[in-house]
Ligand binder design. Sequence first.
Ligand SMILES: *[C@@H]1O[C@H](CO)[C@@H](O)[C@H](O)[C@H]1NC(C)=O
Length: 345
Amino acid sequence: MDCKISIVLVSLLSICTGAPRGGIFNPYEDGPFTIQHVHVGSLFQPSLDENLDIWAPTEAGTYPIMYYLTGGAMMTAGTTYSQMLSHIASHGLVIVTMNRLSMAAPSEKVPYFEDTMNWAEINLEDKLHGDGIPVDVHLDFKTLIGAAHSAGNHVLVEYLKHTCGNFLALIFHDPVDGADPMGIMDDWCITPGEFLNFDIPTYHLSAGLDPAVGDSPSNLGMSCAPAHMSNERFWNALNRNSPRWSVNATKFGHMDFVDPEFNTGGFCAANNEATDEDFDAYRKFVAGQTINFISAVFEDDCTPYLSEIENPSNYIVEGSVRVENSGDSCPTPYCTWEPLPSPAP
Ligand SMILES: *[C@@H]1O[C@H](CO)[C@@H](O)[C@H](O)[C@H]1NC(C)=O
C-alpha cells in the first residue's frame, strides 16, 4: 500500500496495514502506544553538553521525531512538560527535549541545538536501546517536527532562518522573542514588519493570559510573555505561503499546560478560576491539538484533524482560531527556505 511517507502515526498505521483502529481516535486522550521516558545526563556523555529527556514508544516501528525546545530558551527541564509530551508521544512519535543552564542569548544557543541533534543522530538510538527501549524501535531522523514553548521558539526560529534541516512542520506554543522580559538585551529573531525566510506548515497556540502579570511579587511586575514580544510578533512574521493555524486558549496562562507541580506560585499569570480537572483538560487540549496538526500534515486525509482545529465549538477548553491557506487541499510536510536578504549597505 502506498503511504505518503512511512511514519507510524496511529491512523497512518491503520491506513498502511489496513488494520482497523482499536477504538475511536481521540487526540485528547492517550494514544495506543506504550511510552517510556529516558533521561540522558550530559555529565555521563563526554560528547553531549545538554541534558536530554526523551519519550518514546516501546512498540516496534520507525517513528518521526519531535524536538521540543523548552521555555527559558532551553533552560527549563523537559520533565516540566512530561504529561503533555508523553501524551503526544503515545500517538506514535519520539519526543526529544534538551536543557542546560546557560545565560547565553537565545540566538547564541542555535549551536547547542545543532550539536545535540548531531549527537542524537549518531548516538541516540543506541542509548535508548541500552536504557530499555526495545531494539526494534527506530528513529526517523529524516522526519522532524520542530516545536517549542515560550523562548524555546526564539532558538527554533533562529535555527530555521539558517536552514530547514529535516524539519517538515512547525509548532509554536506561546512563542516569546527577545532575551529578557523587559526587552533590554538586544537579541531578537523577528523584526516586526519583515517576513521570515522559511515556509513550513505551522500551528500556533497562544494563551489568553500570556501578556498578563502573575500574582507573585517575585516577577517584579513583569509578564512572562509581554504582548509586543510574543504571539502576534511570530504569527505576523510567518511566510505568506505557509498553511497556518493560530489557536487562542482564551482563559489560560503561559505555564498552564506544564505538569501541575511546576505551575505554582503565580510567577506567570495563570487561570485562577481553573480546577485541577480544568488544568488537566488544558494539558490534554494542547497535546491533542498538536497531534491533530501533525496528523493533518502527515496523513492523506486531513479533514477529521482540521475540523478539530478549525472549529472552536469542538474544543475541550474555551478558545478561538484563525486560519490562513488551509484551502482546498490538505497540508503536506515540507519546508522551503530562501537566503536572508543581505543587510542594507
Ligand atoms: C486571546 O484571547 C484573549 C482573550 O479574549 C485576548 O485578550 C488575547 O489578545 C488573544 N490573544 C491573541 C494572540 O489573539
